[in-house]
Design a protein around this ligand. Structure first.
Ligand code: F6P
Length: 571
């Protein structure tokens, strides 16, 4: 069944592939209305993709044949959707407000979730009221979240996105990178006596986080906080409280998350504590409510009117048949500047897989390479390639009708660019249009012909536009859940496990081994590096020696000129 629908889609694509997008609009004045969908406060316009009603009919049939509705219901019912780790995937339960039970291994998890939410509410309110005191009796005023991946990207992105709601809140900073520069920069101007570190790590084994957490302890001690007085300055969020306790965190200061929350989906758990402290718990709850509204829409709307499903199917269409390898996320909202990074982890760690449920290699590409940057800045860096390069690059444009900042003229200019870019990418500029322009500017025939190819815009870059009424906590919650569910739908289409991440393990274990070898080399011991390839061993030796000595035969650099001298350089 699925095969025959895929075949029908392939045939249909052959009929569609040369139809210019602008022709689809010319033929159908109702295209925008037909191919857009809105919930209150969020509009998805997908009309600037190369598709017709027939395309969608086939894609919906494919989704049904792939068992999407059952898979969706299974996720929300707590079935084992992460089958390589034998776990249910229940981040939607974290944003539910209903008291209906959700069972995991015979235990209703809703009371645990509610209890943890209540602890977050109390803790964030106390912190915001400056009622939590450091060891010396001064109020804690700055929260530094130490975490990486899902224990960092979501809270950081959301805190930035909701800056107008947090402007009067406590200072909140984020340390993720094991590069000491990140920690140093974050604490540069802080007073240890008034600083709280939240060590956010589901596993409490992540090397980056533990190294930064150890450094935080030392920094506190060097700043005058005695070893025995550290606990007011430390909080942990983890699924392994005993590990946090061993580290020295007071059990009363450990917030729970659970194995059934994937790291990249954990912003809606206590991993979001930094968000609640910054913007206040009521706003955090609105964020959850927005996500829940999108979950509800996903669960109840027919596939034909279901935003995450439509977004997922379009992505599948553009990649499987349109040959697109990437997806550009372009938020035209400075507050959403970390959204591309957040979605990179969410999508690429979820769907960057090559084998299906049965261990068979998937046909075609799976998850796209997600990248992006905030508009309008991006227009002055990589948009040239989108307009005239050789790659097919689907884009998601994200913008808001209203800005919370009072510079209205800026918002108008920003949004003019937002609408112009998706139109330009779709329409392009034909030879006839370019020629008419060049002639009108008075160029001679010969010059017109010479310049013309350089001024052509092929157009036909597919894009979705997500237009929010405003970037409120509720709307942001909807937007995040929209992408989360879209990613799940695509995983179902490819029959892959969107909830494990075995691919991150190999590099981690090799780094552990290289760390041991580097230490031994630095201590002057003889280390056999023959298990490494020549490149890695050579680089490691250079690093340990602290010199990037040129390999034999390399051209020496002339420090006075900055270029290698030699007869072949001429001049
Ligand atoms: O290495 C990848 C990863 O496991 C992510 O999936 C996760 O979000 C991140 O590391 C951090 O993990 P933890 O919260 O357990 O420290």
């Amino acid at each position: 069944m699925e095969e025959s629908i895929l075949q029908a889609l392939a045939t249909h694509y052959q009929q569609m592939r040369d139809v210019p997008l602008r022709a689809l609009f010319d033929r159908d004045p109702g295209r925008f209305a037909r191919f857009s969908l809105s919930c209150p406060d969020l509009l998805l316009d997908y009309s600037k993709n190369r598709l017709t009603t027939e395309t969608l009919t086939l894609l919906f049939a494919l989704a049904r044949a792939a068992g999407l509705e059952q898979a969706r219901d299974g996720l929300f019912a707590g079935e084992i959707c992460n089958w390589t780790e034998n776990r249910p995937v229940l981040h939607p339960a974290l944003r539910r407000h209903s008291t209906q039970p959700v069972w995991v291994n015979g235990r209703n998890i809703m009371p645990d979730i509610q209890a943890e939410r209540e602890r977050m509410r109390i803790f964030s309110a106390q912190f915001r009221a400056r009622a939590l005191l450091g060891s010396g009796g001064k109020p804690l005023t700055t929260l530094v979240n130490i975490g990486i991946g899902g224990s960092h990207l979501g809270p950081e992105m959301i805190t930035q996105a909701l800056q107008p709601y947090g402007a009067s809140g406590p200072e909140v900073r984020f340390v993720g990178n094991i590069d000491g520069a990140d920690f140093q920069e974050a604490v540069r101007d802080l007073d240890p006596a008034q600083t709280l570190f939240v060590i956010a790590s589901k596993t409490f084994t992540t090397r980056e986080t533990l190294v930064n957490a150890q450094t935080a302890r030392r920094w506190l001690q060097q700043g005058g906080v005695a070893e025995s007085d550290l606990s007011p300055h430390l909080v942990a969020v983890t699924a392994y409280p005993e590990r946090a306790q061993t580290f020295g965190v007071d059990p009363e200061r450990i917030f729970a998350i659970w194995e059934w929350v994937g790291g990249r989906y954990s912003w809606c758990s206590a991993i979001g504590l930094s968000v609640a402290v910054r913007v206040g718990f009521d706003h955090f709850e609105q964020l959850l409510a927005g996500a829940q509204a999108m979950d509800h829409h996903f669960c109840t709307a027919p596939l034909e009117h279901n935003m995450p499903v439509i977004l997922a199917l379009i992505g599948f269409w553009n990649s499987r048949f349109g040959g697109a390898e990437t997806l550009a996320i372009l938020p035209y909202d400075h507050s959403l500047r970390r959204l591309p990074a957040f979605l990179q982890q969410c999508d690429m760690e979820s769907n960057g897989k090559r084998v299906d449920r049965d261990g068979q290699v998937v046909t075609g590409s799976t998850g796209p390479i997600v990248w992006g940057e905030v508009g309008s800045n991006a227009q002055h860096s990589f948009f040239q390639l989108l307009h005239q390069g050789t790659h097919r690059v689907p884009v998601d444009f994200i913008g808001c009708c209203r800005s919370p900042y009072p510079l209205e003229e800026h918002h108008l200019e920003l949004m003019a660019n937002f609408f112009a870019q998706s139109e330009a990418l779709m329409r392009g500029r034909t030879a006839a249009e370019v020629e008419a322009d060049l002639r009108a500017s008075g160029l001679a025939d010969e010059e017109v012909q010479r310049i013309l190819p350089h001024r052509l815009f092929p157009g036909n870059q597919p894009s979705n536009t997500l237009l929010l009424s405003a970037l409120t906590p509720f709307n942001l919650g909807m937007l995040i859940a929209l992408y989360e569910m879209k990613i799940y739908v695509q995983g179902v289409l490819w029959r892959i496990n969107s909830f494990d991440q075995w691919g991150v393990e190999l590099g981690k274990s090799m780094a552990r081994q290289i760390l041991v070898e580097s230490r031994r080399l630095l201590a002057g011991e003889a280390v056999d590096l023959s298990r490494h390839d020549g490149s890695t061993a050579g680089l490691l030796r250079c690093f340990v020696a602290g010199q990037v000595a040129p390999p034999p035969g390399a051209l020496p650099l002339d420090p006075t000129r900055g270029v290698a001298p030699g007869p072949h350089r001429g001049g």
